[in-house]
Design a protein around this ligand. Structure first.
Ligand code: MN
Ligand code: MN
Length: 450
């Protein structure tokens, strides 16, 4: 006789099995728009600009802060003092930032390079010998802001961090620990090699400066008042024969930014509680700074602008928040770092993480069982595929999200977002089914259907 599982047992189910054929088709269709978004939005500034553009086109109320933080608001029929519903996602991703004095000529290898300072949790070996594009802004001496985007269009040049050939890397790299083999100071980007003619001290650097001045009207000092990010120049692609997966840079956390954006833009019916989507910066370096989740002056100013008479603490105590961020997908060949019952898998729906943190739940946000119950019921009622996970085995490592900063304000908060394979790499991977499930979940939550 075949053994069957108790009817009272819980097993996580594939999103592909739970979705109807129509929903699967919709998830593939949704992914096309998502990939287009990822192709043009590779920095927090570009995300902010894009979100403002779409919100304006759709006539949605929106607010922005220093070109790096943005919010969309849909007023509800209930008074603000009954609380708001927030979905918050971050729009920064790990990358290489240019230093303030980046440009130099290496007079021994005869190339010109840009010095970088890496941003966020990267594995440095991922960033050598891949095509890079430069995105950002330069504030010139006259105060004019120049926007930079080089390496994305067909025909654009790309840039790259060189690496040592295996024939010569034995002592310097091969016998070292992985995280010591490539040093932060070695992530300099090659940008040219052709010297200028004439009497110049460093002819390649001089030629680059000449070119930059001709093309952009900038001088070397202008780099000091600039924010330029080197990001992978790969376009988003389908991964796999079945095209079920998406490979692209910046999916942590722009997968949540895109799905949250679509979710709020697609709200057409009147809602009870005011819905807010917040897109914040600098999560990858601990949410430090004036455009981040940790500093709530922006949110407070939005709430005051909706109704100057309300008590903001009262609103917060009654508000509910989805911290829309990703979790780690169980990774082939490295299953041992996951406790598989409590780990997220590609294609098993949006991931609910009750808590984050490390060690004995240090630095965690730990959602209440009541709020977990509410979200679980919302997802089950709407037949939205979901799974539960924490980040890796106990004591293997860990991580955090913006959830804890919002819970400190007194709000109910939970982490909910897709699983990502190869997270924090230049080519992160998500499942089309999970991306679509995240969109459905945020839409339902912001609509107030819990
Ligand atoms: Mn994240
Ligand atoms: Mn991250």
């Amino acid at each position: 006789m075949a053994e069957v599982e108790s009817k009272y047992a819980y097993a996580k189910k594939s999103a592909w099995d739970q979705f109807t054929e129509d929903q699967i088709e919709k998830s593939y269709h949704f992914a096309e728009e998502y990939k287009q978004f990822l192709a043009i939005v590779k920095t927090e500034r570009e995300a902010t600009q894009h979100i403002i553009k779409l919100a304006s086109e759709r006539g949605k109320q929106h607010y922005s802060n220093r070109n790096k933080e943005v919010a969309i608001v849909i007023p509800g029929t209930h008074h603000l003092s009954e609380g708001v519903r927030i979905v918050i996602a971050h729009i920064d991703s790990p990358r290489l930032d240019l230093k303030q004095r980046p440009l130099f000529e290496d007079t021994e290898s005869h190339v010109a390079l840009l010095e970088t300072h890496y941003y966020g949790g990267i594995k440095k070996y991922h960033w050598v010998t891949i095509p890079l594009a430069l995105h950002g802004v330069i504030v010139k001496k006259n105060g004019e802001t120049l926007t930079i985007n080089i390496g994305e269009k067909p025909g654009d040049p790309i840039f790259a961090v060189p690496d040592l050939l295996p024939h010569l890397s034995r002592e310097i790299q091969d016998y070292k620990k992985l995280n010591e083999a490539i040093k932060g100071e070695h992530l300099d980007i090659v940008i040219g090699s052709k010297p200028i003619k004439g009497e110049f001290k460093e002819k390649i650097k001089a030629a680059i400066l000449e070119k930059l001045h001709t093309d952009y009207g900038i001088v070397e000092e202008d780099f000091i008042s600039a924010e330029i990010e080197a990001v992978p120049a790969f376009p988003p692609r389908d991964l796999g024969f079945d095209r079920s997966l998406i490979a692209a840079y910046g999916q942590d956390d722009r997968v949540c930014a895109f799905t949250a954006l679509k979710a709020i833009l697609d709200i057409t019916e009147p809602i009870h509680h005011t819905a807010i989507t917040l897109f914040v910066d600098k999560e990858e370096i601990g949410s430090e700074g004036n455009t981040t989740a940790q500093v709530t002056t922006f949110l407070r100013s939005i709430l005051r602008s909706i109704d100057p008479t309300v008590d903001i603490d009262d609103i917060m105590l009654k508000s509910k928040v989805i911290s829309a961020d990703v979790n780690a997908a169980v990774t082939p060949n490295y299953n041992e770092v996951f406790e598989l019952k409590n780990a997220s898998s590609l294609g098993y729906g949006v991931v609910m993480s009750k808590y984050t943190g490390h060690g004995g739940k240090y630095s965690a946000h730990d959602a209440t069982a009541e709020f977990v119950g509410e979200i679980r019921t919302m997802l089950n009622t709407a037949k939205i595929p979901w799974q539960t996970a924490e980040l890796g085995k106990v004591d293997k490592g860990g991580g955090g999200t913006v959830a804890k900063y919002y819970s400190r304000l007194g709000m109910e908060v939970i982490d909910l977002g897709p699983a990502v394979l190869s997270m924090h790499s230049p080519y992160e991977v998500t499942s089309k089914a999970d991306v679509y499930a995240a969109y459905l979940a945020y839409h339902r939550f912001l609509s107030g259907k819990t």
